[in-house]
Write a protein that binds this ligand. Structure first.
Ligand code: BDR
Ligand code: CA
Length: 291
């Protein structure tokens, strides 16, 4: 069983649709966090994506700002609505209760180590859970988180040294990644290898399935005005890793999160996915979105 912690977000949207449509992933809830855009919109976008996927899982709003800094939305990439102007049908559902309380309750209700967290945004909610409900947090099975840049440049902060999810809330990233939890981090080193191009978008559209066609619209918006031939699909790597770990190359690296959220050498052995089989994973993502 999983909870998806997310800030949709164009690439978050594909990850959410894929996970909710997968018969192999049991999604208990979504928790939203401020990140790509503010909490009101990440929550509304998450609710609309759940409805589009034909699911009824609750969406619990979490933190509306990083632990110790101002929120810096990623409007240039995800637009001022978080979904690049792609308008989804409005969900009839309202947000459920607070994310931290919901996570704590789910963790206490289910056997220890049976609930995994799929983290697609800044790690603020998970840091708050560790501090506010340590007994529940100790029952987390595994955290799979998109974040960081290990041997490559980042995409956020001074000198682009950090990656967005860790750089947006470095204090939360330190709290979560230095806690000795069972974590697999999927950094830009891997996710930049996993790309959508025009042929893949055409294949999505050709399926005629609503989740796949909407995903094509979302990735098209992700291209924006750029002339690039392909765009990276960061967040879908998280549910894909959960289902197809053999298609990723994982290393254990001695790391820590520095003051701006960059990953640097340090005392914490962290498992990081450094490579992946992009064609095989693209085929699985297409198949899942079209199911
Ligand atoms: C991460 O930052 C966000 O913009 C994306 O949704 C992804 O989670 C990539 O650095
Ligand atoms: Ca995200």
């Amino acid at each position: 069983m999983i909870v998806i912690d997310t800030d949709p977000g164009l690439d978050d949207a594909l990850a959410i649709l894929f996970a909710l449509r997968s018969p192999l992933l049991e999604v208990a809830a979504l928790t939203s966090v401020s990140g790509n855009i503010g909490l009101g919109l990440t929550t509304a976008n998450a609710l609309n994506l759940v409805a589009l996927a034909g699911s009824k899982v609750p969406v619990h709003p979490g933190a509306d700002a990083p632990l110790a800094r101002a929120h810096e939305p990623e409007i240039a990439i995800h637009g001022d609505d978080g979904l690049g102007g792609v308008v989804l049908p409005a969900s009839p559902e309202a947000p459920a209760g607070s994310a931290i309380a919901a996570l704590a309750q789910l963790l206490m209700e289910h056997p220890a180590d049976s609930l995994d967290l799929h983290c697609l945004g800044p790690l603020t909610n998970i840091a708050l859970l560790l501090d506010q409900a340590p007994e529940a947090a100790a029952r987390i099975g595994r955290i799979i988180a998109m974040g960081g840049a290990v041997d490559t440049h980042g995409n956020f902060g001074p000198g682009n040294r950090a990656e967005f999810n860790l750089g947006q809330d470095p204090e939360a990233a330190q709290r979560v990644l230095h806690a000795g939890l069972d974590v697999v981090l999927i950094p830009l080193d891997a996710t930049r290898q996993f790309r959508a191009d025009a042929a893949w978008l055409a294949a999505l559209r050709a399926t005629g399935q609503v989740a796949a066609v909407t995903s094509a619209d979302l990735v098209q918006a992700y291209f924006g005005e750029t002339e690039r031939e392909s765009r990276p699909l960061h967040d879908p790597c998280v549910p894909l890793y959960a289902l197809f770990p053999d298609l990723f190359t994982v290393e254990t690296r001695p790391l820590q999160v520095d003051g701006i959220g960059a990953l640097v050498e340090g005392p914490h052995p962290i498992r990081v996915a450094m490579g992946l089989d992009a064609p095989a994973l693209r085929a699985h993502l297409l198949e899942g979105l079209a199911a």
